[in-house]
Design a protein around this ligand. Structure first.
Ligand code: ZN
Length: 139
């Protein structure tokens, strides 16, 4: 069995961002040489997500709007987590809603996506360096 590990690094210029990372994940699969197996992609931080859905600008806008409704950034003082001096309680909650990781099948060397599926990195506390882990196993 082959195995391969890679980290992607992101530093977004905005607090919230959604980045389609499907091509970078496919490149990692190409490097791994795995033709059939599984690919795990997870955020290595508790204020950002990796999830699968459509790459459609209206939907990305809707995610930001609805996440902000559920867990608004302001006022900072509404969250007990922020009593520690942090200001990112909302980002922890947004990450919990959007998830930590995805697992995608690799078939004939390609991500075996369903219709319109794309892998996204969701940032909820940006402006700093964040890492995403890609782990590939198979043969
Ligand atoms: Zn925090």
């Amino acid at each position: 069995m082959k195995h391969y590990r890679e980290e992607l690094v992101f530093k977004t210029s905005t607090r919230i961002a959604f980045i389609n990372i499907s091509e970078q994940v496919q490149e990692a699969i190409n490097k791994s040489g795995v033709k059939n197996g599984l690919c795990l992609v997870n955020s290595m931080h508790i204020t950002s997500s990796v999830y699968i859905n459509d790459d459609e600008p209206g939907l990305l806008h809707d995610y930001e709007h609805w996440l902000e409704k559920i867990a608004p950034h302001e006022p900072i003082k509404q969250y007990r987590h922020n009593d520690t001096g942090e200001d990112n309680a909302d980002a922890h909650i947004k990450r919990q809603i959007m998830g930590r990781e995805v697992v995608v099948a690799i078939t004939n060397g390609k991500l075996d996506f369903g219709t319109w599926e794309q892998i996204f990195y969701g940032e909820f506390d940006g402006n700093r360096k964040k890492r995403v882990l890609i782990k590939i196993i198979g043969e």
